[in-house]
Write a protein that binds this ligand. Structure first.
Ligand SMILES: [Zn+2]
Length: 152
């Protein structure tokens, strides 16, 4: 985010892959990538890259960076790697899953030195996702202990 930007300015995310201005696409638009309505998306059709906006956002602020197929896949794999930890935290600490995911992202950002504007998976690059997946896997393996790790 640029300093000195007018507070009310509408966002104009750029595509990280080609630098073009993303277009806001809504369900029913020709370029909209989903059959079902996933809410408005910032889209770069040329790169098949997009990112959603928060459900209650009135200014269509993007959730993070535009994600192409490879980044969407990496985020999905990181999400899957984190969910057992998130579920354990929900059980143990009685927080909701949203809060637990935020804490997990803060933990990862701290461990791996990511500078994120807020603790959301949607800000990660593909390389950061891959590093985070390796970190989570190593963390889980270390907690499982050598005897059980050998069973894989
Ligand atoms: Zn693009």
């Amino acid at each position: 985010m640029r300093v000195g930007r007018p507070v009310k300015a509408l966002p104009q995310p750029l595509c990280d892959y080609c630098g073009a201005k993303a277009q806001l696409a809504r369900h029913g638009d020709e370029a909209y990538p989903y059959r079902d309505d996933h809410g408005p998306l910032w889209l770069c059709a040329a790169c098949e890259a997009w990112i959603g906006v928060p459900a209650r956002s009135t200014r269509n602020v993007p959730l993070g960076r535009l994600a192409d197929a490879a980044l969407r896949d990496a985020k999905s794999r990181l999400h899957d790697a984190l969910e057992p930890l998130v579920a354990a935290k929900v059980r143990r600490d009685g927080v909701n899953a949203f809060e637990a995911r935020g804490r997990a992202m803060r933990w990862l950002a701290g461990e791996l030195g990511f500078d994120l504007p807020n603790p959301s998976i949607h800000h990660l690059t593909r390389e950061q996702c891959e590093a985070a997946i390796r970190h989570v896997e190593a963390f889980v393996a270390s907690r499982r202990g050598p005897a059980q790790a050998d069973e894989r």
